[in-house]
Design a protein around this ligand. Structure first.
Ligand code: SAH
Length: 274
């Protein structure tokens, strides 16, 4: 299993703090054309619901980006939220975002590696990880999250997985994503039950959300690119594409959106009661 060096992932994200949207949206109805920014909040709200927390409890956001989901979860659930990220720049941005939303008394961010967390065991009532475990050694990350969860506490996460092999004779789009986005080796959906069992977590729900989450997000990114709006595809990411990929940049998100290779999953797990 290959996984990137956390500090290097941190340096990548240090350069990406201006990207507006770092996570996917949710469109339960295929005919719904809600913009990605709003659909992203809808995905956060779905995740918040599945955390099964009550006001006053404490939640961990693993790989918190610039803090948008953490602030939203704190607002909608009334919990205290601690976000960790491997990017120093994101800690600053996220802290500003909490202040701008007047939740600094309940939402805090710090620089930490999810695979070696600086928290006492059983510190949190629940945890979530949105598109962050893609960068980690999943076995290590899950074990380390289990450790800081209270017994009975839920973990909710999204992950990308290899849904189908690359078509014969074509380059693997998943392999390119792994390269460009500094992801760890891809898994399949069916790998999750064993990953959870090894980490000492119980499976509550494992759903393939490729159609309702990933494909639509990619289509909207492709549309925006066609309109030459690069807000969703940061220059730093474009620069990481192989030269021939840069040349056909306009086609890449379209190809990704049409591909049967990439999948997205939503997982709910629980630390067993003692
Ligand atoms: N969850 C956010 C950001 C997703 S981007 C959102 O949905 O908007 C991926 C995030 O994972 C980044 O914040 C990155 O810093 C974080 N990350 C990647 N590897 C990490 C590690 N080993 N420890 C902690 N955070 C990590």
């Amino acid at each position: 299993m290959r996984a990137p060096i956390p500090e290097q992932v941190g340096l990548l994200y240090d350069k990406l703090t201006d990207a507006e949207v770092l996570h996917f949206g949710y469109w339960p109805d295929p005919a719904d054309d809600t913009p990605v920014e709003i659909a992203a909040t809808r995905l956060t709200d779905l995740v918040a619901e599945k955390l099964a927390v009550t006001a006053g409890q404490s939640v961990l956001d693993v790989g918190c980006g610039i803090g948008t989901p953490a602030v939203r979860v704190a607002q909608t659930t009334g919990t205290r939220v601690t976000g960790i990220t491997i990017s120093q720049e994101q800690v600053k941005r996220a802290t500003e975002h909490a202040a701008a939303n007047n939740v600094s008394n309940r939402v805090a961010f710090r620089h930490a590696d999810a695979m070696a967390m600086p928290f006492e065991p059983a510190s949190f009532d629940a945890a979530f990880a949105l598109e962050s475990i893609i960068h980690m050694d999943r076995a290590k990350a899950l074990a380390s999250i289990r450790e800081v969860l209270k017994p009975g506490g839920h973990l909710v996460l999204t992950d990308m997985f290899q849904r189908n092999p690359a078509p014969e004779g074509s380059p693997s789009l998943m392999a390119q994503m792994v390269d460009i986005w500094m992801m760890s080796d891809p898994v399949q959906l069916d790998d999750y039950p064993a990953l959870l069992a090894d980490a000492g977590l119980e499976l509550v729900e494992l759903t393939d959300v490729t159609e309702t989450v990933l494909r639509k997000t990619l289509r909207l990114v492709a549309d925006k690119l066609r309109e030459d709006d690069r807000g969703l595809v940061p220059d730093e990411i474009i620069a990481r594409l192989p030269e021939e990929e840069q040349a056909r940049l306009m086609a890449f998100p379209d190809e990704l959106a049409a591909s049967e290779e990439l999948g997205c999953l939503l997982l709910v797990a629980r630390r067993p009661e003692a």
